[in-house]
Design a protein around this ligand. Structure first.
Ligand code: NAP
Length: 461
């Protein structure tokens, strides 16, 4: 039996392992989910919503275990207290809009006709989740999917192998029936085989572009609905009228928080030439304040990357950019804890350009490139010169100018004077190779349900 292992970035040792489930047993999990689904969907919406919220509350009670467990699994410093803020905010918000989002669209209700479009749950939803924000990315789909009357099977990343298990434990302890929300440990082949066998009515995959491609291939010809929330290379653009300190603070945080392992982390910044020198100087000072170290130490503000192979990618990209003429501004002596492995010093590169992989490929680490620009049109061209399209962050005091630029930007979200935040009232989505997801908001509910039309002619005579 093959084992799925989490190698901890804290010490490079196996922190947790679980046996991968063989296909025949996995099919039984799916079959239980299918059998439970209709009864779950028949329960009143309020009951489903309240049970999901009870699961969320139960997970909050586990905070003392969740926070160090996260640090061991993927390196998040304990001082940040896990992901509870976003996890709770998103769950609570979707609970408040569930009734409205799921209510039928009534076209006619007269003596002669009843015509309406109802929202029906898909059935069994498969959630494949990444390790970088393992609770928050999962809850984006798990909460609305369950509220809408689907049953859910979650497969979590190997790096955060305990997260799906813990979420399910919390929800089931809070009263969600055990066949309604199940955790499963799977290797890629078995996941693909299940999808190809049309086991699921909807699959939500959050992860890399390559992973998304594999899921799409596995689903080919099955007509299974897919949500694909994939990688990003999100830009920031600081205009000459920006609030400089706020821009530095938010963009540097967006570039480096969680060791830069955010799907919507800031990976490249374009600064108007009038503010460029000041922006770079303040950014270097901001980043130099980090304390890199063991995430279990409450003093640590920057943990290791989740895995030394992720840090190796960042190191390679930086080395390649420097070999091509980029300049690294953060003095490595400030970060003696950088061990050449998972513990990686943050970095800011200037003299960068789009011939470098560092400015084109997803870096997914605490490193960012800054380029000088002369005009909005140059900034727009550079921001759009990417295979990805998740978010873009514009910094200006002129909302009309930001709206004009925003209209020309090829991303799922445009921010003005903020970055790196998922607003649960807005649709989380991307364009280009960032995939075709659409989670949270009313649209998230629509994607986790299907329309069903009722066209009822009344007998009047
Ligand atoms: P990943 O390697 O693609 O893995 C994501 C999940 O998919 C894991 O559970 C992984 O399982 C599974 N998986 C990967 N390839 C698979 C395959 N061929 N068949 C079946 N399952 C497969 O991505 P990651 O490294 O965990 O996450 C980082 C990536 O996610 C980054 O690119 C980031 O930008 C992206 N992301 C995007 C969003 C968004 O909202 N757009 C949010 C968060 C993260 P194993 O761990 O067992 O391989």
């Amino acid at each position: 039996m093959s084992m799925i292992k989490c190698i901890s970035p804290v010490n490079g040792e196996v922190y947790a392992e679980r046996p991968a489930m063989p296909l025949d047993l996995a099919k039984q999990v799916v079959s239980r989910a299918r059998q439970a689904q209709k009864a779950w969907a028949r329960r009143p919406l309020d009951e489903r919503v309240n049970l999901v919220l009870a699961g969320v509350a139960r997970l909050n009670e586990m905070v003392d275990e969740v926070v160090p467990e996260l640090a061991w699994q993927m390196g998040r410093p304990v001082r940040y207290g896990g992901e509870f803020k976003g996890f709770n905010e998103r769950s609570n918000y979707v609970a408040t809009i569930a009734a409205d989002a799921l209510k039928p669209l009534v076209i006619e209700e007269s003596d002669r006709f009843e015509r309406r479009i109802a929202r029906e749950p898909h059935g069994v939803v498969f959630v494949v989740a990444p390790w970088n924000y393992p609770y928050m990315t999962a809850i984006n789909t798990v909460a609305p999917a369950l509220m809408a009357g689907n049953t859910v099977i979650i497969k979590h990343a190997s790096q955060t192998i305990l997260v799906g298990e813990r979420m399910v434990r919390a929800f089931v302890e809070a009263g969600v029936p055990s066949d309604v929300f199940q955790n499963i440990f799977l290797d890629h082949e078995t996941s693909a085989a299940l999808i190809a066998a049309k086991s699921f009515d909807f699959v939500n995959f959050t992860g890399s572009v390559e992973g998304g491609r594999s899921i799409e291939r596995a689903a080919a010809g099955t007509f299974t609905g897919l949500g694909l929330e994939l990688g990003g290379k999100d830009p920031g653009y600081v205009m000459e009228d920006a609030d400089l300190d706020a821009a530095v603070d938010t963009l540097m945080d967006g570039a480096t928080y969680n060791s830069g392992q955010c799907c919507c982390g800031i990976e490249r910044i374009y600064v108007h030439e009038k503010l460029y020198d000041a922006f770079v100087e303040k950014s270097v000072a901001w980043v130099s304040n980090y304390k890199l170290g063991n995430p279990l130490d409450p003093e640590t503000t920057l943990g290791p990357m989740a895995n030394k192979r992720f840090a190796a990618t960042v190191r390679e990209q930086i080395a390649d950019a420097v070999a091509k003429g980029a300049k690294a501004l953060i003095d490595p002596k400030l970060f003696p804890q950088d061990d050449g492995g998972a513990y990686l010093a943050p970095q800011i590169l200037v003299n960068v350009d789009h011939s470098m992989a560092f400015m084109r490929e997803e870096t997914f680490g605490p490193a960012v490139g800054i380029m000088k620009v002369k005009s909005d049109s140059q900034a727009i061209e550079l921001m759009n010169d990417s295979q990805y399209g998740l978010t873009a962050s514009l910094w200006t005091r002129d909302a009309e100018r930001a709206a004009r630029i925003g209209a020309d930007i090829e991303t799922g979200t445009v921010f003005m004077n903020r970055a790196d935040y998922l607003d649960p009232a807005l649709c989380w989505t991307g364009v280009k190779e960032t995939g075709r997801g659409g989670s949270l908001s009313v649209i998230g509910f629509q994607n986790l349900t299907r329309p069903k039309s009722y066209h009822l002619k009344k007998v009047t005579a």
